[in-house]
Design a binder for this molecule. Sequence first.
Ligand code: PEP
Ligand code: MG
Length: 572
Amino acid sequence: MYKGIAASPGIAMGKVYLFKEQEIKINQNKIDETQINTELTKYKQAIQKTKQQLIEIKDRVAEKMGEKKAEIFDAHIMILEDPTLMKQVENKIKDQLITAENAVNQVITELITVFENMEDEYMKERASDFKDIGTRIIKNILGIRIQTLTEVEEEVIIVAKDLTPSDTAQMDKKKVLGFATEMGGRTSHAAIMARSLEIPAVVGLSNITQKIKNKDTIIIDGNNGIVEINPDEKTLKHYQAKKQKYIQETNELKKLKDLPSQTKDGYRVELSANIGTPQDVKKALANGAEGIGLYRTEFLYMDRDSMPSEEEQFEAYKQVAQKMGGKPVIIRTLDIGGDKKLPYLQLPEEMNPFLGVRAIRLCLKHQEIFETQLRAILRASCYGRIKIMYPMVSTVEEIKKANQILNRIKKQLDKENIPYDKELEVGIMVEIPSTAINADIFAQEVDFFSIGTNDLIQYTMAVDRMNESLSELYDPYNPAILRLIKNIIDASHKAGKWTGMCGEMAGEPRAALILLGMGLDEFSMSAVSIPRVKKVIRSITKRQAEDITKKVLNMKSSVEICDYLDKELEKI
Ligand code: PEP
Ligand code: MG
């Protein structure tokens, strides 16, 4: 049995698909003249193999995602067979007496530098194509198997060191029963993705990829953060029974779907869902979401080789607004940076990306990206009840600058006679301590707040949210976090504004007790969590929740708080 962090609820069992790549080691030693022909042959065979692979991927992508997306692979094949490039590599092998992989690496690195230094944005972006091709050829020279999650053909459980957002975007969701990773905490994007797909996941399992082989049998218990490898008959039976029970419970809870999210004494809150794509709306509604409290638009920008156009974005936002049929939809503007990268946006490497040019900071530096997105959101705002939310705001000036741009776009649209919702609300995520502390000042500048506890905890506790070895410190129930949350809610109410929460904490049943007591207006979470939180809210009075909160705010440690909350939860 291996213990990790419970990242997405449910129990899954099946065959392992090990997503693990061998490290690339380039032999820098000189070769002697007798080896030249061997190295040249290795290179030529690698080119043929790479071409074959690219054609296969191209066909697969064309079939699954359309011809347009597959076109990029034609460009890759052209680069691969470029005669000048091939000559350069061959000359290096012959003249400098270096290995084939070393020659490819040198030629490609030189090319990447040339492209990265070009003025033209489009040409700059081509550097990542060369990087991709170069790595592919080198892996084929070295005989390293190249893996992508698009090639998963049967139902499997993915075991990986880490799954980046673009890895999960490539996955054929129907084939993946669950996943287990070495890296990441409950709020890593792999975990959030698993919850939105409603597949069980356990993260933070140290060295799991070394303890497991492809096709091993694995059980993932996403409720308790447990993984079993090649279980015996008894363990398998035990988990089959648990799985059945969990499915039954979930089905029972789903019956609450159309009942109001209100306390026993009739106090109403809004229960909303966090989504990443328009397709997620279906699950949100199936779980009884009364709105979308967070639409993470960055997924629209990932797993592709150029920015989505205004039209493409407009269509996606419009679809969500329409599918939600007049229920509120909070569209968060682009939150790129941190662990979410766009390969086609060549940004400088940063020492601490989570403290770097991320989200609104990036949008204010690259205003053309921001403007396109704002235009698309505004245009879509006529098709439902859209609100805009800026992420990672740390100063009031950022809101002012962002609003200036928004107003400029509104004026453009007015001029062009393009309609948009003139009453559209604009809010911010409160996920940085400076903003939480100064919530009273920020409340004057916005229509609403949404508390992003995933980041608020990491920045307040100085704990990387992805670092599994510090998961104990990454704690929503630390009194510092609870005090900040109370400060934010109180400040917004004093200014006549409302506050929601879209961090994962909003989906924890025991947190619901105190958030309700503090007067949180909207709870937004992974759709799967809605029924459980609704059950808590419907089982208590507002007064009871307030009493519980008062006691908790006088407690000094998270252990004391959690013990107390768990006991209260058992009573209701
Ligand atoms: C948060 O930080 O709480 C949040 C909801 O945003 P993300 O997880 O996308 O950073
Ligand atoms: Mg965040």
